[in-house]
Design a protein around this ligand. Structure first.
Ligand SMILES: C[S@@+](CC[C@H](N)C(=O)[O-])C[C@H]1O[C@@H](n2cnc3c(N)ncnc32)[C@H](O)[C@@H]1O
Length: 225
């Protein structure tokens, strides 16, 4: 009886603490220790601006959904691009088309990767991606370029049609603008998502991808139904 009461108190304690603890950890990780956390995260020697939690979620998604094509906006160093390519090697098929307006030098070379240097929202890029999608039955999209509300909303409207049923549309870095970090950023991915989900009912946020307690993409793991 006493043991059960003690367990009840413990559970109430953790439920009470949970939101504070999550926010605190996210802030510590994102702000205070940034130079040793997400700014110093590497995949096979290439820098990748993601959290290990989220990289693990991508691993699970690629295994489960086995995309023929991953479209990525925001190549930067190509760390996430190379990570996806190696995961597709394990899965045994698929390719990646990665777009960046101003990518870093010496991008990793891998037979599954094609790069394009251009704006993610230019008509030429969208035409190029349409060609890349030819013959791909399962297409996934990762939006990780300019994180302003306007740009992400434009991307969401332009790229959502590429995503095939059952596959994911991942909107990166919705944690900014105070969700719960980087309040000074201003309206970003989370605000774009709110507008997009109100106008497009083909996608549902998959909360399972947030179960590791911290994700840089709260509400941003969308699955096409
Ligand atoms: C957050 S970084 C990408 C990080 C990378 N995906 C990773 O996980 O390591 C954002 C990138 O978006 C690019 N970018 C900014 N505006 C863009 C646009 N309009 N079109 C395409 N890329 C853009 C920047 O040049 C930058 O390299």
């Amino acid at each position: 009886m006493l043991k059960r009461a003690a367990m009840g108190v413990k559970s109430v304690f953790w439920r009470f603490l949970d939101p504070f603890a999550r926010r605190l950890f996210h802030k510590l990780y994102y702000h205070h220790y940034r130079t040793q956390t997400w700014e110093d995260t590497w995949w096979q020697g290439v820098r990748v601006l993601k959290s290990p939690n989220d990289l693990w979620s991508y691993q699970e998604i690629l295994y489960e959904t086995r995309p023929d094509l991953i479209i990525e906006t925001g190549t930067f160093n190509g760390g996430s691009t190379l990570y996806f390519a190696h995961l597709l090697d394990l899965v045994g098929h698929g390719k990646i088309a990665s777009v960046d307006l101003d990518p870093q030098d010496n991008l990793p070379i891998h037979p599954r990767i094609v790069y394009r240097k251009d704006s993610s929202t230019s008509q030429d890029t969208l035409d190029w991606l349409r060609e890349e999608c030819r013959g791909a039955d399962r297409v996934m999209v990762v939006l990780d370029s300019d994180h302003s509300r306007e740009h992400v909303l434009t991307e969401l409207r332009a790229y959502s049609g590429f995503v095939t049923p059952g596959c994911y549309l991942v909107v990166e870095d919705g944690n900014v603008n105070g969700h719960p970090v980087y309040r000074e950023h201003g309206p970003g991915p989370t605000e774009a998502l709110a507008q997009f989900l109100a106008e497009d009912h083909r996608f549902r946020p998959d909360s399972r991808r947030e179960r590791f307690l911290m994700t840089f993409n709260p509400g941003g793991w969308l699955r096409r139904v």
